[in-house]
Design a protein around this ligand. Sequence first.
Ligand code: GLC
Length: 525
Amino acid sequence: MNARQGWPAHPIIYQIYPRSFQDTNGTGEGDLKGVLRRLDHVAWLGADAIWLSPFFRSPLCDGGYDVADAMDVDPHFGTLEDFDAVVARAHTLGLKVMIDQVFNHTSDQHEWFARSLARDPKFEDFYVWVDPKPDGAPPSNWIGYFGSPAWRWHPQRAQYCLHQFLPCQPGLNHRNPEVHEQLERITRFWRERGVDGFRYDAVTSFYFDPDFRDNPPAEAAQARIPGPANNPFTMQRHAFDMLPEDCAAFIEKFRGWAGDDAYLIGEINDGPTSIETLREFTSDGRLDAGYVVDLAERGLIGEVIADVVQRMGSPGKLIWWLSSHDQPRQVSRVGDGSPRDARMLAALTLALPGPVLLYQGEELGMPQADLAREVLQDPFDRSFWPDPPGRDGARTPFPWDDGVNLGFSTVPPWLPVMRPPDGPASVQSESDTSVLAFYRKAIALRRDLGLGGAGIEVITAYETLFAARLTDNQGGDCVLVVNLGDAPVDIPVSVGDGTTVALSSAAQPSGTQIDARSTLWLQQA
Ligand code: GLC
């Protein structure tokens, strides 16, 4: 058990993107009643917790990460009573509930922003307002994650306002104690409604150089922040627009608001040193765990997995994940979208020690959807067309059954529905050989073998192979072997008597080779 009340030490957290999970009121968009209806699926799968992406009041410019009122449910998603019902049902099913805290910025439709723009004294400094340079230019050369200058001119105040994401997402001024009073109210509001944990959005962007010094160019390849090469954001070394010297100490205050029994995680995106930064964020009295984008964005090859394992220090604080609402689905990014590749990735993720995030649809082997320009909704995807980062392609509706719109909605959904190769959930749950059946088996086995709390030692790692010893778990050591290549290779440990195959994502191996594009868990007595 974890020090956090009732939380397992290394939870498997299932991410729900409510807009794409289940529509119950015929709008073509998912809602909280839909989450309620489908929670049994998540419990049946074997997850410990859900993380609900934002359902707060929002103009939905950035899928709800542009919050207009963080203490209310947007009518698209339902009501606060619907949320309470989700929490109650989740708890009945033994699932913990985690929600987002989007504290880096708000929507420009937030009342705070309107009052700040109007220089209402109480709100005047709620956002990061800066005078132009004498020549009218913005205060710095900073570029936002979405590839545009991070400053927006507001004639009403004759000042620039900082936004590290979309121009409609003005950044909150975390150096103003009154902003923190409001954020504390929000945190306490959700704790009182029964929420068990929080995921802090964009937590590495809250603080920055108070003098707004220019970022230098990212000269060396390794200084580049992971991300699409066609985004100028990757061309700067983010020396000044993220985390100045006080680094992560501020998160102790957030821990105080949330309480010692809450499980807290954060999105750490601090470029090439994110793993080291994560250690700062997860030291005592801070977050329980965090996640970085390395595996998703640096390429899922043996060396990168080994690099992350070696740099993270002891396991438990780094959350393993491969897909999310922000990234193209891995089964298509590093694979061919096949059930074979989905099983290989499932067995990789679920063997690694520490918390795990599973993104809705991953358990069905949902490939990335290749969407036409006309259907894209995400402004990030739209502005990079024809080479979009692929967020909407990972957000297509969940395929529940073979009914109309694959059981997601009675009307055409907000993004097209895609049928995964092994079929929708209802079909896969009836089969022993589906991707879904494999995920469920691997989750149960991870728990039986105690892999979540294991140690890890890399045995060998090169582009197409990763092998590691998983130590100190129940029933002796295990060996994880992942063959990312297109040909069988020798298993890099001796597989003599006393070695048993605990799990194989391909056919049961015979002999000393591992199949192409597959993962093995070996148990050594
Ligand atoms: C986080 C969210 C992402 C959002 C961004 C701005 O990275 O995961 O979806 O666009 O923050 O809020």
